[in-house]
Structures are given as structure tokens and as C-alpha cells.
Ligand binder design. Sequence first.
Ligand SMILES: Cc1ncc(COP(=O)(O)O)c(C=O)c1O
Length: 282
Amino acid sequence: MQSVIAGANPVFVDCDPDDGNFNVEKIREKISKRTKAIMPVHIYGNPCSLDLLYSIADKNKINIVEDAAEAFGSEYEGKKIGGTGRIACFSTYINKIITTGEGGMITLPDLKLYKKLKKINNYNFSPIRHFWHSNIGYNFRITNLQAAIGLAQLEKARETVRKKRKIFQIYKNFLKPVVEFFFPLKENYQGSSNFWHVAFRMKEEEYNMTKLRKLLADNGIETRTFFTPLHLQPAYRRPEYYGQFPNSELLAKTGILLPSGANLELKQIEKISRLIVRYFLH
Ligand SMILES: Cc1ncc(COP(=O)(O)O)c(C=O)c1O
């Protein structure tokens, strides 16, 4: 199976059921001579265990490209995601911590790579000769108008993350009696999530996501399930994958994302929480 754009073969690793991030220990088993890069996803804004990941990558001389689409403002060991000296890719789609409508950005460890990507981003135009392509390139630019919106968004990013973290704490307090598996679950955790999305998973035996989601929907509250694992997506579905990623499958069946917009008000969180408590205690 080949990823069409990069010409690379993706190799999947199961996630950890306690936070949905991929299990770093399991990466070791998947590394081969052909491994060029590891792509950790900081899922729902919650940072992966980067120290272990970086040490595995460095030992094997493999690059890291972090999918930080959801992790703007999150931190690992006191450093912002994107500021830890590796490559990190952020999304500025409309539902992200900062937005430009569509678009994104990359943080990079060195200037040489920056220059290379700036060229690829702009059709790989030669800097010397007009309309001359030194190699294949793409139009991945965002417009100046979008960039201006992004800069204005940056000014309020800290406040947005502060609000998101507070929203998580309020939900957690309301739902403590009924929800055991809030993300992230891990104790002595070195990361600090931006809580882009408030997420929890239901215990398997009490799982009835459809009922809970319907109850909320009937009261005008939209929720989302967790992502469908890649190995179950039509694009990547292969019989040899079945059963290999049980944690990802568990989360897809039992995980729920609650309304998490930064402007959510206390009374709205209270209403949502009351309904969830009612569902679990009925
Ligand atoms: C984890 C993750 N990776 C990648 C993307 C894609 O980002 P974009 O829509 O900016 O291409 C998203 C979008 O939500 C995402 O959540």
C-alpha cells in the first residue's frame, strides 16, 4: 500500500487505550531498514510521550514528523509542541485552536529544510529563472488574507487554550461520578494538553454510544465519535490488519467527543453534563 503523494508505505501501530496516542513501545517492533520517518499524532491535543519517541528515532537515525494538527498550545516537559526541535505540522482548519479557514503551518528545526519546503510549497519554482521548475512542486500556499487572519488569531491563542483547559476541568468535575476514563488518563504525565477536544471513553460493558448520543442530540447537543482507525478505512482496509489494533478499535467503539468550543458557557456545560449523568444513572 502506498501513500499517493509521498510515495511512502504507511505502517500502523496500535494506540494506548488511556489516551489514544500511539504506543511508543510498540514502535520498536515496527522499525525496519526501510523506515524513513515516524509520524506521531498528538490526538485531541494531548502530547505523545516524546522523550521515548525521540530516543528511539535518534538511535535508529529516523526522522520524526509530528502531526500536531490538533495540538497548538499543548506542551511537553514545559516546551510547546512544535518547539521541541523536530518537525511538527499544524492545521489551521476552522475548528482548530487558531484558524485561517483552511491551511496550516510547519515548525522546523533548521533553515535548510525551511528553504526547501518554501520552494516545494510554491511549485518548486527556481529562484533564478522565471517559470522554471527544478523539481516537482505543489501549490500549498495560503493566501496573504488567510495569513493575516492567522496572525490575529495568534494574539488570542493563549486565551483560547486557557478557556479550553478550564472547560475540560468543569466537565471533569461534573462528570466525575460517572465517567472513569477521561482522556488523558495517565498519571505522572509529562505533557500538558490544550484539550482541543474533551474526550472520554465508556466502559465496554456499559457501552451504548448510540443511545447516549441520541439523548444528547434530542436535546440539541451535537457530539462526535472518536476517529475510525485507519486500518478500517476503505483507503487502507486489508484483511491482514484485522484484529491487529484492538485498542484503536476499542476507542472507535467506546470513545465520545463532547462539545468543546472555547466559548462554551458554564450553563451549557452543566446542561450537557446533567444529561450524561442522567444517562449513566438511569
Ligand atoms: C490529527 C489530524 N491530522 C491531520 C488533520 C488534517 O488537517 P487539515 O484539515 O488542515 O489538512 C486533522 C484535521 O482535523 C487532524 O485532526
